[in-house]
Design a binder for this molecule. Structure first.
Ligand code: AMP
Ligand code: ZN
Length: 137
């Protein structure tokens, strides 16, 4: 896709610090990492978010995530990592080409990915579940 920075990386038109590539997926270091070693796992086919991704790209991407997560643990002697995917503007997605972040975690790192907890009132929890279930195919 024209004008997509990750498509340009996939096509080799702009440089990236690549750590993995196969026929469906590419992975490279995030240029502005949350922790050093922060990787992005990117399907080569352009989809804006998870929802538009083809099943086979999804499978290949998740398999690559597992492979790289294992490599992160072995490289840094630490099994902890966060797997993050921002889908849509309100969720913080900046690059509109679906991708998964893998962020290695270290003892006493300063990274915080916490949210405050809300409360459901009365029947609200069942209402929310019902609204979601209606659209599951
Ligand atoms: P997101 O908010 O999920 O869309 O995150 C996009 C991520 O892509 C950010 O963490 C950026 O630092 C990263 N990023 C943007 N451009 C590049 C690039 N040319 N090479 C590596 N990482 C990039
Ligand atoms: Zn793209």
């Amino acid at each position: 896709m024209d004008d997509c920075i990750f498509c340009k990386i996939v096509e080799g038109k702009i440089p990236a610090t690549k750590i993995y590539e196969d026929d469906k997926v590419i992975s490279f270091l995030d240029i502005m990492p949350a922790n050093k070693g922060h990787c992005l796992i990117v399907p080569k086919n352009h989809s804006p978010t998870l929802v538009e991704m083809h099943e086979e790209d999804l499978t290949a991407t998740v398999k690559a995530v597992k492979k790289i997560a294992r490599a992160l643990s072995l490289s840094f002697g630490n099994a902890s990592f966060n797997m993050v995917m921002n889908n849509g503007k309100e969720a913080g997605q900046i690059v509109n080409h679906a991708h998964i972040h893998l962020i290695p975690r270290f003892q006493k790192d300063r990274l915080r990915l916490k949210w405050s907890h809300l409360k459901y009132e009365g029947e609200e929890m069942n209402d929310y579940a019902g609204r979601i279930k209606k659209f599951i195919e």
